[in-house]
Design a protein around this ligand. Structure first.
Ligand code: AGP
Length: 607
């Protein structure tokens, strides 16, 4: 996710302000940190791998001189955490410095082009190309602002960029597309940041940059421009009413709700996975004799959903295994022809890493999907993919689950393409499904928050809930159950709906709440029968159904209406949202803090 900040002062020193603002952005990333300023006509850059306070102890970033400076706190996406990959990045001559939050999709192509004209790169990041592009444009003597505007026109992807330049040391130029960027307007000082809390101690006057807009900040004022036309944009600042504490959560009462709300964006970022890595993983899986999917907790549920997709889309059998069971259950089967596709948000879960090490020792190829570049899982993996969710502060995994499923389904589709198991038409349907996911997620959040809160209110006194689904929705049901029990401490049950009549049904009595995850997919007609079985025992049914649903909706006591037409393999990504909201509102209703459930840690590093 990363956090960027910048400040232009009439007089004074940027170091203390940048350091303080980066501390308040640390929740957006914390694997590397850096600052740059123009001092006596030269660029001064201080940066390194590590948390802000570690880098402060080492480099005294709070003492950086100069009246114009930019800063960055990193959450690695391209290139592992290291000094070279830490921002700011500079051009060949050390005249331009840039910080960036986002992903530049066409960086490889631009890098090759710039290398061909003699530019030398020092990092493995996508960001560094921006400094070199601007350096190249400056050769045409068009001025710093135009050089940045021309560079921005060539970028695709998502970016909030802030740049400084020795040739025009009185200003910061920043650009925004899809990544957040907000300007703070002060007296004799102006600020920019990824988020408002970064500059709240100095000004409460803020204005948001829109997509494809840029801003030029000097100590005297802020000028907004459209990137495409260079036309000026007039926008007045508004007064921020939030405290620093509220602003860090963007006005949300808890990180969990903020992270649930971020999912249209975090899924979009997850889907930006480099096709080269998808192809590498698909090749390894298609060569293997045996493939396992390993993970714990929520990450395991993502694997379970993916197992259905691998079977149905790529016609490949993959065995999902809870990581702590892997070596006891399957060690005898692991050899050089085995692939273990391992999923871990933190990349540090002890049970998962033990399973991976055991598999490696026996010659298996390790593929990793993680949210933390530079984590142990990335070091143990032969190939790894970052899920690009940014830090998740709530202990309950929410946005990282939907990102994991997104990445795993992308791998399944890459494998299907390699094995030619899907028709052109089927591939198109999936692609348009991927494209529409952010919209479906936004629609669901908008339509269902109040409805789910109302349902929670009505059922808040129940002592147990059951979650049922069929096919790929079993994974969604299990994840809904995990969220509820870990946050509300309620003994909840989840089953494949078809299995419920083999035991669970004896628990059902008058008013027992059963939540059905029932998208309109291949399993739907059988789900209707299961709903009837529950109704016959006087259960109260909460149906999560599609907009055009018929029977399940009419049999349900409560309905949660989801967008229609989501391809079956992608339904867990959208249908899990009301279940996350259900668990969140239930915890809050019971007076528990959903960000810090008792007895749980974000990363479980013990066996
Ligand atoms: C879920 O809300 C929990 N945070 C937990 O189940 C988690 O998914 C599990 O501990 C695995 O963590 P990992 O993805 O970091 O390996």
């Amino acid at each position: 996710m990363c956090g960027i900040s910048g400040v232009v002062l009439e007089t004074g020193q940027v170091g203390p302000i940048l350091y303080d603002s980066l501390k308040r952005l640390e929740y957006r990333g914390y694997d590397s940190v850096g600052e740059a300023a123009v001092v006596d006509g030269r660029l001064l850059v201080k940066k390194d791998q590590g948390k802000i306070d570690e880098v402060e102890r080492e480099l005294r970033i709070s003492e950086l001189d100069g009246i114009v400076g930019i800063g960055h706190t990193r959450w690695a996406t391209h290139g592992a955490p290291s000094r070279e990959n830490a921002h700011p990045h500079t051009d060949c001559k050390g005249t331009v410095a840039v910080v960036h939050n986002g992903i530049i999709e066409n960086f490889m192509q631009l890098k090759q082009e710039l290398e061909a004209t003699g530019h030398e790169f020092r990092s493995r990041t996508d960001t560094e190309i921006v400094a070199h592009l601007v350096e190249e444009n400056l050769k045409r003597r068009i001025g710093f602002v135009e050089a940045v505007r021309d560079a921005a026109k060539r970028l695709s992807g998502a970016y909030a960029l802030a740049l400084i330049c020795t040739a025009e040391p009185d200003k910061i130029v920043c650009v925004r597309k899809e990544s957040p960027l907000v300007i703070g307007s002060g007296v004799g000082a102006n600020y920019l940041a990824s988020d408002i809390p970064a500059f709240l101690p100095w000004t409460k006057q803020a204005l948001f940059l829109e997509d494809d807009e840029m801003a030029v900040l000097t100590s005297k004022g802020v000028r907004l421009l459209k990137v495409e036309s260079g036309e000026e944009v007039l926008r007045k600042p508004f007064t921020v009413e939030w405290s620093v504490e509220t602003a860090t959560k963007s006005g949300f009462p808890y990180f969990m709700l903020k992270e649930i709300d971020e999912q249209p964006n975090s899924v979009r970022n997850a889907l930006r996975t480099d096709p080269i890595y998808l192809d590498l993983m698909a090749s390894a899986i298609s060569r293997a004799k045996r493939v396992f999917l390993l993970a714990c907790g929520t990450s395991y549920h993502a694997c379970l959903a993916a197992t259905y997709a691998f079977a149905n889309l790529a016609k490949v059998e993959i065995t999902p295994v809870v990581a702590s069971e892997f070596l006891d259950g399957y060690a005898a089967l692991i050899d050089h022809d085995t692939v273990v596709l391992t999923v871990s948000q933190s990349g540090e879960t002890a049970d998962t890493l033990t399973a991976v090490r055991g598999a490696k020792d026996r010659g298996a190829t390790v593929l990793g999907v993680t949210n933390v570049m530079g984590s142990t899982l990335t070091r143990l993996s032969d190939v790894y993919i970052g899920q690009n969710s940014g830090p998740e502060m709530g202990v309950a995994a929410t946005k990282t689950f939907t990102a994991q499923v997104s990445v795993l389904i992308k791998i399944a589709v890459a494998l299907a393409q390699k094995r030619k198991t899907l028709s052109e038409k089927e591939l198109q349907v999936l692609q348009s499904g991927f494209d529409r996911l952010p919209e479906w997620l936004s629609m669901t959040l908008l339509a269902q928050k109040e409805n789910v809160r109302r349902i929670v209110e009505k059922y808040a006194d129940r002592i147990s809930f059951c979650f049922l689904g069929r096919g790929i929705s079993v994974a969604t049901a299990l994840e809904g159950r995990l969220k509820l029990l870990e946050l509300s401490y309620l003994p909840a049950i989840a089953y494949p709906a078809g299995e419920s009549k083999h035991g669970f049904i004896s628990v059902v009595e008058d008013g027992y709440p059963v939540i059905f995850v029932a998208p309109n997919d291949e399993a739907y007609s059988k789900v209707i029968g299961n709903v009837m079985e529950m109704k016959a025992r006087h259960a109260q049914v909460i149906g999560i159904v599609e907009r055009d649903d018929g029977q399940v909706a009419s049999l349900s006591d409560e309905t949660i209406i989801m967008p229609a037409g989501i391809p079956s393999s992608l339904t867990p990504i959208v249908f899990v949202l009301p279940l996350q909201l259900f668990a969140y509102y239930m915890a809050v209703r019971k007076g528990y803090n959903p960000d810090f459930p008792r007895n749980l840690a974000k990363s479980v590093t013990v066996h």
